[in-house]
Structure formats: C-alpha cells, structure tokens
Design a protein around this ligand. Structure first.
Ligand SMILES: Nc1ncnc2c1ncn2[C@@H]1O[C@H](COP(=O)(O)OP(=O)(O)O)[C@@H](O)[C@H]1O
Ligand SMILES: [Mg+2]
Length: 258
C-alpha cells in the first residue's frame, strides 16, 4: 500500500492547513463530501475493493478510505450493494450515542462510482492491538456496546483503531444491521455483565434519536425492518441492562480474529 506523506502539499494549491481531526466532525464531513478525492492505493488486507485516498478542498486535506459500491463482494447474508450505506448508518449511530467511535463517514460519488468515504485514523503503532482487544479498557467496552447496537457481524482485532490517548475508533461496519442476531466479535469479555451508567445513558440517547433525526437518517440507509430491529436491540439492552451473550446458532468470533 502506498500512503501520501502526512504533510504533502498538492501541486497548485499552495500550503494547506493541518489534517482534519476525526474529532472535528463538521469539517471532516464537509471535506469528505465535497473534497477532491484521489486514489493513492488499495489496502491489501481488505476483502473488498477498499481504497486508500487523499482528499482535499477549501484549504483542508486528509487521508481517507473509499469503498466503491461497485467493488463490494457479494455476500450470502446481506443484500448486494448495501455495505456502503451500512457503514454510514453505523457512523450515524456512533454520533447519536455521543461516543464518536466511528471516524466521520459519508456516502458520495468517487472515481469508481458511489461509495462510502471515511476519514483515515492513523493507529498508534505502539499499541498492542491483541492485548487491547482482550483488556477491560473502557474505550473497548464502549465499542462492545456500540457493536451490540449495530449488530456488528465482523468486529475483528484489526478493525480497532487506537490513534493514541484513551480513545479508540472502529472501522469496517459494512456487515451491520441485519434483522437477525449476528453479533460476531472478539470483544465478548463483558458478556452478561452489567452495563455501565454511561452505556445506559448512551443507549437512552440512541433510543430518543431513533424517534427523531437518527430514525430519519437510518430510514434513508436501511430497510424499515432493519431500523425497527435496531430500535428493538436498544430497547432490549435498556430493559436487561447487561452486555449481550453470544448467539448460539452463529459463529460468535470472527475468523481470522485479526
Ligand atoms: N478509517 C480508517 N482509518 C484507518 N485505517 C482503516 C480505516 N478503514 C480501514 N482501515 C484499515 O484498512 C483495513 C481494511 O479495511 P476494511 O474496512 O476492514 O475493509 P474490508 O471491508 O475490505 O475488510 C482495516 O482492517 C484497517 O486496518
Ligand atoms: Mg475488514
């Protein structure tokens, strides 16, 4: 994979400002939606056509991932051509929870047609991802709750992106929001444990948002049944106030786990 250097100045545009932070979601979404997208390379470890890109415009720049719908591999258990919308829906849920666990993600046209574009989060190379995934780290615990809400069928260790500090982002949310219980993850260490107070609050925020703006956003990205199933998952978690148990009729850990 090739990556542009972090302070690359594209010819003709003059010096650009610092890269957009994934925390600055307004600027990041705007840049991702309107910026000039240039493919730099293909991510070799990816299962779909997942492209590493640079994006720039209005004095801002960033690295990002672009997954064109045309490059989506057909799957037996998800309808064709829907993964990009599921990724955007996962971002919307993350924002509604108030946890910012998914990097800013949009749906837009690109050099290979419509697809999802997500801000690149450079992981801290000093973080031991395997140890992090097995730890009782609060950020990872939040990810486990988020995954239960979106019904993530593919939370691998390599889908954890710790930029440094105590925050952790997650990527690859294409196989989320099935109406069937398909939670498949490396993060089962809290199964059956009581949800934290902050998790309950985040779930209450999503529950309210599903009746309002988030509900409308998801309606444009998922089927009615999938939105309803999301509402029910949140309701169930708020009722029982525990982290869910692994499904019994479904491989509960992704293979390979990395
Ligand atoms: N937004 C991102 N920031 C940083 N790294 C990312 C991002 N999205 C994907 N990656 C990296 O690229 C790899 C492949 O992307 P992924 O979304 O898993 O593609 P696929 O759907 O093809 O499996 C990930 O495992 C991760 O290492
Ligand atoms: Mg992946």
């Amino acid at each position: 994979m090739t990556q542009p250097s972090r302070d690359r100045t594209p010819a003709g545009d003059g010096p650009l400002g610092p890269p957009v932070s994934p925390r600055d979601v307004v600027a990041a979404e705007r840049l991702l939606l309107r910026g000039r997208l240039e493919v730099e390379g293909r991510l070799v470890q990816a299962s779909n056509a997942t492209l590493y890109c640079s994006i720039e415009g209005e004095g801002l720049r960033a690295a990002c991932v672009y997954k064109p719908v045309a490059g989506e591999r057909p799957l037996w258990d998800f309808p064709d051509g829907t993964l990009a919308e599921r990724e955007v829906a996962a971002y919307a849920v993350s924002q509604a929870m108030g946890w910012n666990v998914v990097p800013p993600t949009v749906h837009r046209d690109g050099p290979y047609g419509p697809g999802m574009v997500q801000l690149w989060v450079e992981p801290d190379p000093d973080v031991d991802l395997v140890a992090l995934s097995r730890s009782d780290d609060e950020a990872i615990r939040r990810m486990a709750v988020f995954d239960a809400v979106v019904n993530n069928a593919d939370r691998k260790i390599g889908h954890l992106l710790p930029p440094g500090g105590d925050h952790v982002y997650g990527c690859d949310h294409g196989v989320c929001f099935s109406t069937e219980y398909k939670l498949r993850t490396v993060l089962w260490q809290w199964r059956g444990k009581k949800l934290t107070a902050e998790a309950v609050q985040a779930l209450e925020r999503v529950e309210a948002a599903l009746r309002d703006g988030l509900g409308r956003t998801l309606a444009g990205l998922l089927t009615e049944e999938e939105v309803e199933a999301t509402r029910r998952r949140v309701e169930l978690m708020l009722k029982h106030r525990i982290h869910p148990y692994p499904p019994e009729d479904w491989p509960a850990v992704p293979w390979p786990p990395l």
